[in-house]
Design a protein around this ligand. Structure first.
Ligand SMILES: [Zn+2]
Length: 262
């Protein structure tokens, strides 16, 4: 190891195994929280043969490759989502440490991003955003802004309130205009959480990115006859993706846009 390795470099290297381990735990949350199962008991087991998974078969990414994606006992395939969630979380952790350095803000953002990953995959599977993953996280975001002033506490509180109000208004409007449910209470909590962590400017950026990408993808899938107009597409994953884009490039994008209109 070179003697010149900086503390930042070391943190970036360590963020990868940390992200893999947290991603492995998020896989447990994604499977168990919507099924009202305990996160601690029983230990990891194969959903096919119910056999316990030993620690050496439960190492994120490594075990999946080593076992060639199959259970050691019954050879049932392990869902590709497990390594995907682990790799995705590790990638987000690395980006956050590289972008925000070793700061208190980074610690809060790692929690925020982990929750977004869990919400995304639960919403895709069950079309719900559990309250336990959104409501208690909102005050944590506000505490983070008090400690770091990034975003300033006033922007974080406004962000949470406008975020909740915005989804609520869109949901009421859609129900009156199209006689159908478009967004649910889970989306209200989720955008409030995004506002608490990112402030109102980046929250709006995340919301409009989500609406745009959601509309383009939905119309594309309907045109390709993969989906029909009656299918319900969860909005949570688009909000989560919008929040991640807003976090890393939102400020630069807003500044660039403002320089054009000025
Ligand atoms: Zn098995």
């Amino acid at each position: 190891m070179p003697a010149t390795l900086s503390l930042e470099g070391l943190a970036a290297i360590l963020s990868i195994p940390l992200g893999l381990a947290v991603g492995s735990f998020l896989n447990v949350c994604i499977w168990r929280i919507p099924r009202d199962e305990s996160l601690a008991f029983p230990g990891s087991h194969c959903p096919q043969c119910n056999g316990p998974i030993s620690w050496y078969d439960n190492i994120p990414l490594v075990s999946f490759v080593w076992l060639t994606g199959r259970c050691r006992r019954c050879r049932a395939p392990i869902h590709w989502r497990y390594p995907l969630v682990e790799g995705l979380t590790a990638g987000l952790y690395l980006m956050t440490v590289l972008h925000f350095g070793i700061t208190i803000r980074t610690a809060f953002l790692l929690l925020f991003l982990s929750v977004l990953v869990a919400i995304t995959f639960i919403d895709l599977d069950h079309q719900i955003i559990p309250h336990i993953l959104s409501l208690p996280i909102i005050p944590i975001g506000l505490v983070g802004s008090l400690l770091t002033y990034d975003p300033p506490p006033r922007d974080a509180v406004t962000g949470a309130l406008i975020g909740a109000g915005l989804v609520y208004l869109v949901a009421v409007y859609a129900e009156v205009a199209f006689q159908r449910e478009s967004m649910g209470g889970g989306d209200v909590n989720l955008l409030a959480m995004i506002g608490a962590f990112l402030g109102w400017r980046l929250m709006l950026f995340a919301f409009f990115s989500a609406v745009a990408s959601g509309a383009v993808l939905s119309l594309g899938l309907i045109a390709a006859r993969v989906l029909s107009r009656k299918d319900r597409i969860p909005f949570g994953p688009f909000l989560a993706l919008g929040a991640i884009v807003a976090l890393f490039v939102g400020d630069a994008a807003i500044d660039w846009y403002m320089s054009l209109v000025r």
